[in-house]
Design a protein around this ligand. Sequence first.
Ligand SMILES: CCCCCCCCCC(=O)SCCNC(=O)CCNC(=O)[C@H](O)C(C)(C)COP(=O)(O)OP(=O)(O)OC[C@H]1O[C@@H](n2cnc3c(N)ncnc32)[C@H](O)[C@@H]1OP(=O)(O)O
Length: 187
Amino acid sequence: MWPPVAVELPERHEDTPAPGTDLPPHYAYCFGCGDRQEDGLHLRASVGEGQRIRSRFTVTEAHQGAPGLAHGGLLACAFDEALGTTVGNLLRRPAVTGRLETDFLRPVPVGTTLVIDARLDGVAGRKVYVSAEGRIDAEDGPVAVRARALFVLVELKHFIDNGRAEDLRAVAADPSLLGSRPVELNP
Ligand SMILES: CCCCCCCCCC(=O)SCCNC(=O)CCNC(=O)[C@H](O)C(C)(C)COP(=O)(O)OP(=O)(O)OC[C@H]1O[C@@H](n2cnc3c(N)ncnc32)[C@H](O)[C@@H]1OP(=O)(O)O
């Protein structure tokens, strides 16, 4: 059963941009979406209809597991990012991945662009349930990967208490490193 518990499905936050709007990276050095993370995945997300966010991820030679094929763990990372972006942008509250499960249905060759459609499935207290499908090269392409995740809502303190001090200082000095943030920061 998914979600595994009774949930509420909140409206998307009133500050969520209109459908079709491209979303900036949420952190410039994020491995999933950061534009200053040379070796990262460079996912690009945009707002979908209702409780949906669409992300795109192009598999490069740096992402191989077997010759010419994407590494499964790396695809899981892409889905972590796509699902987390969905939680962050639709609820606009900080959250972290508690559990992530993936089904790999087809191999994903280098050069493929995965079109990842993620949706918010519901909220139960601090638990947020999200799921996604990744299709090969087009929004109606064959499904290659499915994922479901539980995110847990946290306070900003989670990041301040656990993050490395020099990285927190860098963000405090240049808040533009946080391009899309679920709450306003006052460092
Ligand atoms: C715009 C922004 C875009 C952002 C995109 C980001 C994408 C990337 C996201 C990530 O990769 S985040 C990094 C990876 N995740 C972590 O580092 C989280 C590490 N884990 C923790 O810090 C804590 O375990 C956690 C905050 C998740 C939970 O600890 P807490 O002490 O705050 O809460 P608690 O353990 O009481 O759990 C809260 C609820 O969640 C449930 N829960 C937590 N982990 C679970 C789990 N693994 N499976 C099932 N349920 C789980 C737990 O049972 C409980 O349910 P109930 O409310 O019903 O009691």
